[in-house]
Design a protein around this ligand. Structure first.
Ligand code: F6P
Length: 326
């Protein structure tokens, strides 16, 4: 019998913990005598048949590294007939494909699962918005965002300023709510429950009446207001609140720094578990599944249940945080 072979790729925005997942899967596969092709730069590597035949040294020492040794891209072959054909040709050379990605990559993975049938999906995104599972990278992003907001407190207080801190989160407010709560920000504005400009101003005024001359407003990048012309919602809010309250304000954007650096131990362990579980699914011939993970519990979740859906902040979580605003 010829040697079994699996492809692996990372696709979409990078995040801390990708290398831990690659290492976990590759190490185990090689130990079990399975060859692994590491496709370069996401789906581009599949379309152009560019890959690295992984050796143990390729995954040695990468556990604590941010980014991805395979490279990544947002390239999508689904709507390009020729690219899709080329990808399907390449896939004839492997017995399965492990895709480590976010919601966009899940769409692509699901498409190829329907066309070809041997895809396994590992969820990652700092945004934490893949339905039904935790995602690699989120926990580290919250840690980093928390420590950065912590650092704003002293300067905000010393100068009696209102800071608008804009955080990543394209469709959901997970990072903003969690880091905001952990760092004791005063108002959190998220796409799921956007506060009006007047409500935000009222929280700041409430603090003033309580003798607090500074405030920190955390806002997710995905929030949009009807009157907003600025690309950055944080800049828009800074302008609006300055106009409304005549207070001194500052704007800070916490963006790509959240995607870099050393993954937390939680993200590393989760990534490790998911890599292990993905190999287990491959061995069992279970394709079309996501290595879903919730509080240290691993479960195979069909791609269909998550594709086209978003995991958003629940009313329970938001309304448990709301009494602490202001
Ligand atoms: O999907 C994660 C994310 O970090 C979003 O929060 C952000 O909007 C986006 O990626 C930016 O991605 P890009 O690398 O394409 O600029």
């Amino acid at each position: 019998m010829s040697r079994r072979r699996v492809g692996i790729l990372t696709s979409g925005g990078d995040c801390p913990g990708l290398n831990a997942a690659i290492r976990s899967f590759v190490k185990l596969a090689l130990r079990r005598g399975v060859e692994v092709w590491g496709f370069e730069n996401g789906w581009e590597g599949v379309v152009n048949s560019r890959y690295l035949v992984m050796k143990p040294r390729d995954v040695s020492g990468i556990l604590p590294l941010g980014g991805t040794v395979l490279g990544t891209s947002r390239f999508n072959p689904v709507f390009d007939r020729r690219a899709e054909e080329k990808a399907l040709e390449t896939l004839q050379n492997v017995d399965a494909l492990v895709v480590i990605g976010g919601n966009g990559s899940l769409h692509i993975a699901h498409h190829f699962q329907r066309k070809w049938g041997r895809v396994i999906f590992i969820p990652k995104t700092i945004d934490n918005d893949i339905w039904g599972t935790e995602s690699i990278g989120f926990q580290t992003a919250v840690e980093v965002a928390t420590s950065l907001i912590d650092r704003l407190h002293t300067t905000a207080e010393s100068h009696r300023r209102v800071f608008f801190v804009q955080l990543m989160g394209r469709h959901t407010g997970w990072i903003t709510l969690y880091a905001g709560m952990a760092a004791g920000a005063d108002v959190m504005v998220i796409p799921e429950y956007p506060l009006s400009e007047e409500e935000i101003a009222e929280y700041i005024m409430h603090r003033k009446r309580m003798g607090k001359s500074f405030s920190i407003v955390a806002v997710a990048e995905g929030v949009r207001y009807s009157g907003q012309k600025e690309q950055n919602v944080g800049i828009y809010l800074q302008r609006r609140i300055s106009d409304l309250l005549k207070v001194e304000t500052r704007f800070v954007e916490i963006g790509y720094v959240l995607r870099g650096g050393v993954p937390s131990s939680y993200d590393r362990l989760m990534a490790h578990q998911m890599g292990y579980f993905a190999f287990h699914l491959f061995e069992e011939g279970m394709f079309g599944y996501i290595t879903a993970y919730n509080g240290y519990v691993e479960k195979a979740m069909p791609m269909e249940s998550a594709v086209g859906r978003l995991k958003t902040v629940s009313p329970e979580e938001y309304f448990a945080a709301l009494p602490y605003f202001g």
